[in-house]
Design a protein around this ligand. Structure first.
Ligand code: IMP
Ligand code: MG
Length: 430
């Protein structure tokens, strides 16, 4: 993907997250000089396999496992500094020295202990309407950001101001917890001293990351922008309110790093060869539990962050076409094709029927979405292992026909096909 005039490449999830972005980013990162995250936080779980080692990255960008690459935490993320440093320490313990290669925006909002308490209490109070959040305090930290009462990385540099901000934030959070009838309590002193303790480790990483990336691009270096979650979890364009609290679509890659939108050269949309979702909310192609369980076991579909079983269903071309448009996707990467190898038949959703009409576009209205009947096309399976394929020609005809149909329905070319969890298990289509 890099080359051909592409220096700044965005990789976005084009379903409900967990599309296999971690693996794709890890593979593409070998050609990049910088890898940057621009939204979300520790709600993300990006699984990367290097040899026999598996890493699940939450806040550190997925390119970090290559020595020497620079990794960036953008201003659009919400950073939990405690678990972030733990992640860095764990990487170090496993032989990956990363601390001096990570840059964090001075403007990044912090996720604090009270955000996690509030996330729990809010979910509990939602009862049946719970979103099924990851419990990482993400929504509550973004709420504080937009309410202009958040605490940013740069605030760690001023202990007096930090104390005021922590006291005000903790008092607000406590009042909200009490209002929700929760018996959770915020420990302001413990939080403040924890932040003072970690500040000397975080502050040396802090800088104007937009400036650093602009300079790198001007020098001709290559930058990979790594999205988290997926288009259908975007706070504006997803299945609201069953979404995450950030813009997960490609436009945010610019804003979330302090780059101009004209810096973005290409957008790779990652899609699974089928569909999964973790948490509550609409999933039009969801399979009945028995069939869902089969796909879940074949694909090892359990949340990388929370371990929750993922809901599963057939590939939904309405979703992927919509995500393609929202993100300005220039090419697709299809992941986990090998998971479908043993299936006798494979279905794809080509449209939705709703109230006697065919819907061409993904609806904004959840009550309409609840009534849609996916229209399926069924193709024969290929019953052949695909994990050894390295070129398109190595794939069985059935698998190629399936990929062609995806490309046709999504109106996008397929550039990469991942056929296993290992780095080498991927094919690039020129
Ligand atoms: P939150 O981001 O923790 O607030 O969770 C909001 C919704 O987004 C829930 O349905 C989560 O399951 C979902 N979600 C958040 N992060 C991810 C992710 O990285 N992959 C898949 N789903 C996610
Ligand atoms: Mg994930």
């Amino acid at each position: 993907m890099f080359g051909d005039g592409v220096r700044c490449l965005v990789v976005v999830g084009s379903q409900w997250g967990d599309e296999g972005k971690g693996k794709i980013v890890d593979v593409l990162a070998s050609d990049a000089d910088w890898i940057a995250r621009y939204q979300g936080g520790a709600n993300a779980g990006h699984t990367v396999r290097v040899g026999e080692d598996e890493f699940i990255l939450h806040q550190v960008p997925s390119g970090v496992l290559y020595p020497g690459k620079r990794c960036v935490v953008g201003n659009g993320m919400v950073l939990d500094p405690v678990t972030f440093l733990k992640e860095i320490d764990e990487l170090k313990a496993r032989g990956h020295e990363v601390e001096d290669r990570i840059l964090v925006s001075t403007r990044t909002q912090l996720v604090l202990a009270y955000h996690k308490l509030l996330d729990q209490a809010q979910e509990k109070s939602r009862g049946k309407g719970a979103i099924g959040t990851t419990g990482r305090g993400i929504g509550c930290a973004y709420e504080d950001k937009v309410a202009r009462v958040g605490i940013r990385v740069g605030d760690l540099a001023d202990p007096v101001r930090l104390r005021d901000l922590v006291e005000a934030g903790a008092a607000r959070a406590q009042a909200r917890l009490d209002g929700l009838g929760s018996d959770l309590t915020v420990d302001t002193d413990a939080l403040y001293s924890e932040l003072c303790k970690l500040a000397p480790r975080v502050l040396p990483m802090a800088c104007d990351v937009g400036l650093a990336l602009k300079k790198a691009l001007d020098r001709g270096e290559r930058v990979l922008l790594e999205g988290a979650q997926g288009a259908m979890l975007d706070v504006d364009h997803g299945t609201y309110p069953f979404v995450t609290s950030s813009n997960t679509t490609a436009g945010q890659a610019a804003t979330g790093l302090g780059l101009g939108p004209t810096s973005l050269d290409a957008v790779l949309g990652v899609v699974k060869a089928y569909t999964t979702r973790v948490g509550a909310g609409p999933l039009p192609t969801e399979l009945p539990e028995e069939e869902a369980a089969r796909l879940r076991e074949l694909g090892a579909e359990y949340g990388a962050t929370t371990g929750r079983p993922r809901r599963t269903g057939w590939f939904d071309a309405v979703v992927v076409r919509y995500a393609g448009r929202l993100n300005g996707v220039t090419a697709l990467a299809v992941s986990k094709l090998d998971v479908l190898d043993p299936l006798p038949e494979i279905s794809l959703c080509v449209g939705y029927d709703c109230r006697g009409e065919r819907l061409e576009e993904f609806p904004a209205d959840l009550s309409l979405l609840a009534e849609v009947e996916p229209v399926y096309e069924t193709m024969p399976g290929w019953n052949t292992p695909t994990s050894e394929a390295r070129r398109l020609e190595d794939l069985p005809a059935g698998a190629r026909a399936y990929l062609d149909r995806i490309a046709e329905l999504a109106e996008l070319p397929v550039r990469y096909v991942s056929v296993g969890t290992r780095r080498r298990e991927i094919l690039e289509i020129q």
